[in-house]
Write a protein that binds this ligand. Structure first.
Ligand code: C2E
Ligand code: CA
Ligand code: CA
Length: 499
């Protein structure tokens, strides 16, 4: 029997594997976008902070250049400006005033900043101090009325460190300021990492590059991955349901066609019991489909689908061939009746009689009698009725199946020659139960006796039913009380045990 679990596992894996990477990638991208947005906002905030401070310094420069009446006043005004290391007024390349709050040697400025370089703007310069070189931020403004005169604000290094170099923001791992091509902190290299983000001032020569901390990366990226997992699982589920739904509807016939080729269809046999001696006089062949894709499918489902798609005749050929092949391997002493369900379309096929002729001969040579079971409905067509005598002439026994469920007038039966009348199980069910149908069962039985055809009672489920039918001279019994449909090997054993 085919193992249906493997393809299902394969399918589930397939369904999981398709949306999962896509959704996870999409979520990862969302995480990246959200991280970049946050970094951009942060970098721009730092740029704005620098802009504000530089603008403040510029105001101080202008005050010193245009408003201060003396160097003492400048020193007094700037006494409490914590972020200012020193302000210098340079005239003609020489320091003419210094706020002198630091150890910066005013003269060194002349060496580092020749007069032609002292132009308005922002710069990073390396000043030699007692303890070494210190990179400092300079904001220079030139006197509009005297281009030789400038004010230079030197930003206190601890102030830059506090606001840039040594940021306490746990979202940031490194922060670098670039002013006029020089960087602060001097030896910090950033910008090569995948998430480093740069923001530039629109009007100053200043930019800021930041790199996110591991914490921020984790927060942003893993949050989206965490959302991605349930989302992708839900999409997978939806995929699976959609696929299951479309497969179970649309492609059942395709699966059936494939299943026939790949040996998913097989026959089981339900014994027919002769009530006069309790012996098996024959069997009914019943088709089973164990689909590798859909699992077990009942014949009531796949037979109508095969009929709708004109595939039922191929199926019937298969049943006839398989029944013959199966029973060739069965060791039996008495002649046995092998009943096969034949749909309407098979009977009207022009190849039908030729095929039956060959099959009848082949069954006969195995000491078997081929029986065909046709439903009452099939008797409604004249063509269907006409073929029956030809079929019987080939030695094939004809059973009228599910009798009583159609709309055939009982009198129609008088004009048709057949061998067995199979009374539908809904009438057998009425035995022992008070029901309006019970008299119908009795009249069907007496009609069959009048027509001198054998009766097969279908769906005998209880001892009471079996005994009642036997007492009414119903010759053949079929039903779960006697035997359930069984695989070939089981019927072989049953027959063997009866010998
Ligand atoms: P059916 O021809 O009337 O077949 C008899 C059905 O009654 C079988 O169902 C059988 O398992 C069931 N049955 C037998 N004894 C009892 C019983 O005591 N109680 C109850 N409740 N049921 C019993 P199954 O095998 O499920 O087949 C259902 C139907 O599918 C068949 O009804 C037949 O119309 C169709 N079918 C089965 N095999 C074939 C086939 O090879 N070709 C065609 N054309 N139709 C088939
Ligand atoms: Ca039948
Ligand atoms: Ca039946």
């Amino acid at each position: 029997m085919p193992n249906k679990k493997k393809p299902i596992i394969k399918k589930i894996l397939f369904i999981l594997l398709i949306p999962m990477p896509i959704v996870l990638m999409a979520c990862f991208q969302l995480g990246k976008t959200s991280l970049n947005t946050e970094l951009n906002l942060l970098a721009n905030a730092y740029v704005r902070q620098l802009e504000e401070q530089i603008d403040d310094l510029r105001d101080e420069n202008k005050q010193a250049l245009y408003d201060a009446t003396s160097c003492e006043q400048i020193q007094k005004d700037l006494l409490f400006e914590s972020f200012l290391r020193e302000m210098l007024i340079v005239d003609n390349g020489k320091v003419v005033c210094s706020s002198k709050r630091t150890t910066l040697e005013a003269n060194s400025v002349e060496k580092l900043l020749p007069s032609h370089q002292i132009n308005s703007g922002e710069y990073l310069f390396d000043f030699p101090y007692e303890k070494g070189v210190i990179r400092s931020l300079l904001v220079i403004d030139t006197d509009k009325n005297n281009p030789q005169r400038s004010a230079i604000s030197v930003v206190d290094q601890s102030y830059i460190n506090l606001h840039l170099g040594l940021t306490s923001d746990d979202r940031i791992q490194t922060l670098r300021m670039v002013v006029g091509g020089k960087t602060y902190p001097p030896h910090l290299t950033t910008g090569k990492q995948p998430y480093s983000t740069t923001a530039k001032s629109s009007y100053l020569n200043v930019e800021v590059t930041i790199e996110p901390s591991a914490k921020l990366k984790r927060e942003k990226l893993s949050l989206f991955m965490l959302i991605g997992l349930p989302v992708s699982l839900s999409i997978s589920m939806l995929f699976y349901l959609l696929q299951y739904w479309s497969e179970s509807r649309g492609s059942l016939i395709e699966s059936l066609k494939r299943g026939l080729k790949t040996d998913e269809l097989f026959l089981v046999y339900q014994p027919l019991i002769d009530s006069t001696n309790n012996k098996i006089m024959g069997v009914e062949a019943l088709l089973r489909w164990e689909s590798s894709k859909h699992g077990f499918i009942r014949p009531d489902i796949f037979i109508p689908i095969a009929e709708q798609h004109n595939f039922i005749n191929t199926i019937t050929d298969f049943v006839l061939e398989r029944a013959l092949d199966d029973w060739k391997t069965v060791n039996h002493q008495n002649q046995l009746h092998i009943g096969v369900n034949i749909p309407a379309s098979y009977l009207v096929d022009e190849q039908c009689l030729n095929k039956f002729k060959i099959f009848a001969k082949q069954f006969k040579s195995e000491n078997l009698v081929l029986g065909i079971e046709i439903t009452e409905r099939q008797l409604l067509s004249e063509k269907g009725r006409a073929i029956l005598s030809d079929v019987r002439a080939l030695g094939i026994e004809v059973s009228i199946d599910d009798f009583g469920t159609g709309y055939t007038a009982l009198s129609v039966l008088q004009d048709i020659k057949f061998d067995y009348l199979k009374i539908d199980r809904c009438f057998i069910n009425t035995i022992g139960v008070e029901s309006v149908n019970a008299p119908i069962l009795n009249s069907i039985i007496s009609l069959a006796h009048q027509l001198e055809v054998s009766i097969v009672a279908e769906g005998v489920e209880t001892q009471q039913q079996s005994e009642y039918l036997t007492s009414q001279n119903v010759q053949i019994l079929q039903g779960y009380y006697l035997y359930k449909p069984m695989p070939l090997e089981a019927i072989k054993n049953t027959l063997h045990n009866m010998i």
